[in-house]
Design a protein around this ligand. Structure first.
Ligand code: ADP
Ligand code: MG
Length: 242
């Protein structure tokens, strides 16, 4: 079953000589529970594509479908609700609220979605535990390492049980050890059946996907179906078995 899809998706910037086809006629189908990795050089349109997939930006042409429903033509309010309730975003630079603690960052998403303060707190603590940060719940982001911040961001993305998690170079700002932590976390989400689209420069993340898509100049140029890695394979691959 397709959870997330596009047909003839396009986004252009500028005009005339300066015209950039950031996303150029992309058809994509992401199946339920599938992890899709997207790789490609800087500027090839990966972030633009993710923004279109998640309703953060409007296409110039074509369509985006989530759970069988067309979403690119929704009104602003419906789109905001959809981003809040059905999509989890993870960004390279974490995008946490610096003045809120880890648990407050996560519970904010639940509160915005209309949960009671108690239920929101319970959900946030449960997710921080799941990402291995139960003991850091009361810490401000500034007191956390990069890898820990990104794990808080992943917990936040999962708060409302999104149909799909979209991650844009989630390990791009992390050192090698933190990268491996986040990698394992994504792998556990994958194992748990979370549908995931991850843009990455990291071959180790790509290796855990079900499918690897290469992008160039706004288009998909190659697609490889992988066996679907596990952390075990991953450890062997990067020589970091624990
Ligand atoms: P990637 O994430 O693969 O590095 P992007 O999606 O950020 O690529 O960018 C794709 C292309 O679109 C690039 O040429 C970039 O300069 C251009 N681009 C992206 N966003 C904008 C924007 N808001 N205005 C103008 N050009 C943009
Ligand atoms: Mg990008």
């Amino acid at each position: 079953m397709t959870v997330l899809g596009t047909r003839g998706l396009r986004k252009e910037y500028g005009r005339g000589e300066g015209l950039v086809r950031a996303v150029d006629d992309i058809d994509l189908d992401v199946a339920a529970g599938e992890t899709v990795a997207i790789m490609g050089p800087s500027g090839c349109g990966k972030s633009t594509l993710l923004h279109l997939l998640g309703g953060l930006d409007r296409p110039g042409g074509g369509s985006v479908w989530l759970g069988g429903r067309r979403i690119d033509d929704l009104g602003e309010r419906a789109l905001a609700r959809l981003r809040r309730d059905e999509i989890g975003f993870v960004f390279q630079s974490f995008h946490l609220m610096e003045e809120l603690t880890a648990v407050e960052n996560v519970e904010l998403s639940a509160l915005l979605a209309g949960r009671s303060p108690r239920a929101a707190r319970r959900r946030a603590l449960e997710l921080l535990d799941r990402v291995g940060l139960a003991e850091r719940a009361a810490f401000l982001p500034s007191a956390l390492s990069g890898g820990q911040r990104q794990r808080v961001a992943v917990a936040r993305a999962l708060t409302n049980q999104p149909a799909v998690v979209l991650a844009d170079e989630p390990t791009g700002n992390l050192d090698s050890a933190a990268t491996l932590d986040v990698l394992r976390l994504f792998d556990s989400l994958h194992e748990a059946g979370q549908t995931l689209v991850v843009v990455t420069h990291d071959a180790r993340i790509a290796a855990t996907a079900d499918r690897l898509i290469s992008m160039r100049d706004g288009a998909f140029v190659d697609e490889t179906r992988l066996t679907g890695g596990t952390t075990g394979d991953l450890g062997a691959l990067v020589g970091l078995d624990d």
